[in-house]
Write a protein of this length. Structure first.
Length: 115
């Protein structure tokens, strides 16, 4: 059974930091492209950051320079370090694992940035 479990969300003030974690079970993480998505109320889910199997990364323009995605295959964990948080970063953040035709999602973790 595949599970992606996010943690690390919470309430933070503008300018603060949070680190999200996504622990995967039931998959060989090193084979998967791992991503973080977010969905704000009334908006579509959007890609925030992704990291490939060789560590290559890409980011949404809105988070470049503030967020960093990383992975620890030995721990089957992916991280999203979020710095200089803004109210517009408020959303539910989801972890995604993709390999060939397989796509897995976590249940999401809420991030709320107060102004």
């Amino acid at each position: 059974q595949v599970q992606l479990v996010e943690s690390g969300g919470g309430l933070v003030q503008t300018g603060g930091s949070l680190r999200l974690s996504c622990v995967a079970s039931g998959i060989i993480l090193r084979l998967y492209t791992m991503s973080w998505y977010r969905q704000a109320p009334g908006k579509q889910r959007e890609l925030v950051a992704a990291i490939g199997i060789v560590g290559n990364t890409n980011y949404a323009d809105s988070v470049k320079g503030r967020f960093t995605i990383s992975r620890d295959n030995a721990k089957n964990t992916v991280y999203l370090q979020m710095n200089s948080l803004k109210p517009e970063d408020t959303a539910v953040y989801y972890c995604n694992g993709h390999y060939v035709k397989m796509d897995y999602w976590g249940q999401g973790t809420q991030v709320t940035v107060s102004s």
